[in-house]
Design a protein around this ligand. Structure first.
Ligand SMILES: [Zn+2]
Length: 196
């Protein structure tokens, strides 16, 4: 039994491939138990968890994810200029990017309102949710103007503490510094209860 377990661990498997029997291990994520036999339910790498006696099949990273027009991305603001933010794209359409690459957010695409300075939209280290609007240039152009788009996590420029919403006021949870951002409507900051 143990020899079979060793053999399957780390193997590349395809759906329907026999991994073993339930006497050896339970069917975990990416596998299926059919009458006591465990099969791979997806393509990927079989992984044994000996402590929990469980076998899983983990999907391998597919072809590199590249942003297309309309892709939803999550990025970390790397730096800002007066009219522009440079964003490290870390997720594209819910897929983690292996090596982050750069996107550009211009102030004219940052908000439905007229913003004067990028510092009122986002600041370095903030996490933003954006959409790709143009991939014709070497660096994809982003927008945060739209439903669900904008800053989803923000940090105090004074002390680095996490910013939280208190009513309409965005305030540092540590030093109480008040800041401005273009927040996504489902801003993830630990929202303090809104006063009626
Ligand atoms: Zn602070």
């Amino acid at each position: 039994m143990a020899t079979m377990s060793k053999k399957i661990d780390g193997q590349f498997v395809v759906p329907g491939e026999r991994l073993g029997v339930v006497e050896e291990f339970d069917a975990g994520t990416g596998t299926v138990d059919v009458n006591g036999t465990v099969y791979a339910a997806q393509t990927g790498k079989a992984t044994l968890d000996p402590t929990r006696r469980k076998v899983m099949v983990k999907t391998l990273a597919g072809p590199p994810v590249v942003p297309e027009e309309g892709s939803a991305i999550i990025g970390m603001v790397e730096k800002i200029q007066e009219k522009m933010a440079i964003v490290n794209i870390i997720m594209i359409d819910n897929h983690k990017v292996e090596r982050p690459f750069t996107g550009l957010l211009h102030i004219s695409n940052s908000s439905p309102r007229y913003e004067r300075a990028m510092g009122e939209v986002c600041k370095p280290v903030d996490l933003i949710r954006a959409k790709v609007i143009d991939v014709s240039a070497r660096i994809p152009k982003l927008t945060t103007s739209g439903r669900g788009l904008g800053v989803i996590k923000a940090y105090c420029s004074n002390c680095g503490g996490e910013l939280v919403l208190s009513g309409n006021i965005l305030r540092c949870s540590q030093c109480r510094n008040v800041e401005r951002r273009r927040l996504a409507d489902d801003f993830l900051g630990n929202t303090e209860p809104e006063k009626a």
